[in-house]
Design a protein. Structure first.
Length: 139
C-alpha cells in the first residue's frame, strides 16, 4: 500500500470507502467532515492506495494536548493485510513529530473486532466516558 496525503480528487472514493466500511451516520455529512478536516492540518488526512486504487483512509489531528484519529477505514477486500496498522503507524509518526504525547480515539463499544485491533496496537481503554455536543447540525 502506498500512503499519501488526501487530495481533493479523492473525495468521492473516500466517501464510498467510508460507506462500505459502515462509518457514515445520518447525523454526520461525510462531505462536510472532509471539508472541515481540510481547514485544519490537511496534511494529516491520509489515504492508502493499492495499484492506484484508493482503499484506505485515516484522519489524524492534534490540537496541542492530544492527538486524535477518525475515519480509519480499509476497504473490506483489503482488510486483515496490515494496511490499517501501516496507516496508524504513519499517523502516529506524524503526530509524534509534532510533539503529540498521546492519541485518543473512539470506537463503538459493540465493535469487538475494532477494539481488538486497537488493543493489538497498544491502545487501551482509558475508562472514560466519551461525550459530545453538536454545535453545527449537518442535516
Amino acid at each position: 500500500m502506498h500512503i499519501r496525503p488526501y487530495q481533493a480528487s479523492d473525495e468521492a472514493a473516500v466517501v464510498t470507502l467510508w460507506q462500505a466500511c459502515d462509518l457514515t451516520r445520518p447525523w454526520n455529512d461525510p462531505h462536510k467532515d472532509i471539508a472541515r478536516k481540510l481547514q485544519v492540518h490537511p496534511e494529516l488526512f491520509l489515504v492508502g492506495e493499492v495499484q492506484g486504487h484508493l482503499m484506505a483512509s485515516a484522519m489524524f489531528g492534534y490540537e496541542g494536548h492530544r492527538g486524535w484519529v477518525n475515519y480509519l477505514a480499509v476497504s473490506p477486500g483489503h482488510q486483515k493485510q496490515g494496511h490499517a496498522k501501516a496507516l496508524m503507524q504513519q499517523g502516529e509518526a506524524l503526530l509524534l513529530a509534532r510533539g503529540c504525547p498521546k492519541i485518543n480515539l473512539q470506537v463503538r463499544a459493540s465493535n469487538a473486532a475494532v477494539l481488538a485491533f486497537y488493543q493489538s496496537l497498544g491502545y487501551q481503554d482509558d475508562q472514560v466516558v466519551s461525550m459530545g455536543k453538536r454545535l453545527i447540525p449537518d442535516h
